[in-house]
Design a protein around this ligand. Structure first.
Ligand code: ADP
Ligand code: MG
Length: 416
């Protein structure tokens, strides 16, 4: 089936063809008809398989059909996403599909001035894409009304329904009309969250594509055993072995992100970092540079693990293992988007072996091993262009710095 054969507004078809989409992906093929019919949908499909358009296309059509000309009477569809970057990305997909419709879309997230957001909301918005924090600020100030919302979407739904966000989502439900269409999309979901999701909807249709292997099929992923202190040598080697490639590196903490950046600078590899301590405008600039390819190597925490769609990321490196199998699936899923192929490698230290075992158990299959011979291991460690070899001193300094900062923070905290 081609997009031309769908019963959706011509303007949307024009935009689809401008995006270069010829036929729907599996999840689009399965999800678009029930969404058009107004059903609640829980859709699970691997990373990079076009879930955004799978909800954006039918929603735009529904709202375009329902819209009374020239009347701006409140938000009709609310899309919730976990991070600023993802919310902005979803908004840009909606915008490019809505080009030839009368539907307006807008994105609100924290970290920026709220006045322009309020002004835009007053002008009238049909589809709002939001992260929870700023949305509730605006709701509590009375600047944002949600009582006309007809469709609610949770992207990265399992994450949105998990501990960190569930209170927000429950609060949100109280502001929304009871009668509405609810859609959940993600690449991963566990039993507990699935039950929670079902409790929030009426008669949801469940669509699941290739559930046996949660990692997308065009991603080749493997794990190598590397000592904690040697990880940076292997990273240096890998980057220098793949010049010109776009590589995304995941680390466990913000401090480690900065540390790895420094270590790479010492061997003349220029990189940047993205994490929640950075200013919003810097985060956006870094993403833009990575998207355009001006920046080739990006070091990220898990804030960038979910949903982010950057073209041509050829390699994902788990410098540190992720905390869960879900995080693993999402991190490696930043490569191998749409029809592209991708590679991912995880560095696993002795301390992380237990974690690896747990991840593999939850994935339901072992991850391929890269066996490194003693000789190769040693020559990789010797390969480094960091002639000072005082990496351990740097690590120690960084850790001490962190301790001092912690103490200062404690001092500053007022006594109860
Ligand atoms: P997911 O949310 O499933 O991880 P995205 O919605 O971010 O995936 O889409 C991944 C990539 O696939 C995007 O770059 C998008 O432009 C592309 N894409 C989506 N639908 C199609 C299609 N029908 N044909 C070709 N490419 C598509
Ligand atoms: Mg997505």
């Amino acid at each position: 089936m081609k997009f031309e054969d769908y019963r959706i507004a011509d303007g949307i078809k024009t935009s689809i063809s401008k995006l270069g989409f010829k036929k729907p992906t599996d999840i689009q093929y399965k999800a678009i008809p029930p969404i058009l019919k107004g059903e609640d949908v829980l859709a699970i499909a691997q990373t990079g398989t076009g879930k955004t358009a799978a909800f954006a296309i039918p929603i735009l059509h529904i709202l375009q059909e329902r819209k009374i000309k020239g009347r701006a009477d409140g938000i009709k569809c609310l899309v919730m996403a976990p991070t600023h970057e993802l919310a902005l990305q979803i908004d840009s997909v909606f915008k490019s599909l809505a080009n030839h419709t009368r539907i307006t879309t807008f994105c609100i997230h924290g970290g920026v001035d709220q006045e322009p957001q309020i002004a835009q909301l007053n002008e009238g918005v049909d589809i709002l894409i939001a992260t929870p924090g700023r949305m509730f600020d605006l709701v509590s100030q009375g600047a944002l009304l949600l009582k006309r919302v007809e469709i609610l979407i949770l992207d990265e739904a399992d994450h949105m329904l998990d501990l960190g966000f569930i209170k927000d989502i429950n609060d949100l439900m109280r502001h929304l009309p009871r009668k509405r269409q609810t859609l959940f999309f993600s690449a991963t979901i566990n039993e507990k969250i699935k039950n929670l999701a079902y409790s929030l909807v009426t008669n949801a249709i469940r669509i699941q594509i290739s559930p046996k292997d949660p990692v997308a099929k065009n991603i080749e992923h493997a794990v190598a055993t590397v000592k904690m202190d040697d990880k940076r040598f292997f990273l240096e080697y890998l980057i220098k072995d793949h010049p010109e490639k776009k590589i995304l590196i995941f680390v466990r903490t913000k401090v480690r992100a900065e540390r790895v950046k420094k270590a790479l600078e010492r061997v003349d590899i220029s990189t940047d970092t993205i994490h929640s301590d950075k200013l919003q405008k810097d985060r956006e600039l870094i993403m833009q540079n990575f998207r355009s390819g001006d920046l080739k190597i990006l070091i990220a925490t898990d804030v960038s693990a979910r949903g982010i769609d950057i073209p041509n990321v050829e390699y994902v490196v788990n410098y540190d293992l992720p905390e869960s199998s879900e995080q693993y699936v999402h991190r490696v899923g930043r490569t191998g988007r749409a029809n592209q192929r991708g590679q991912a490698v995880s560095f696993c230290s002795d301390e992380e072996q237990e974690l690896l075992k747990e991840i593999e158990e939850n994935l339901g299959k072992p991850i391929m091993r890269i066996e490194i011979s003693k000789n190769d291991y040693q020559s990789t460690v010797n390969f480094t262009e960091d002639k000072t070899h005082n990496w351990k001193t740097i690590m120690k300094e960084a850790e001490e710095g962190e301790e001092i900062r912690k103490k200062k923070r404690k001092k500053r905290r007022p006594k109860k």
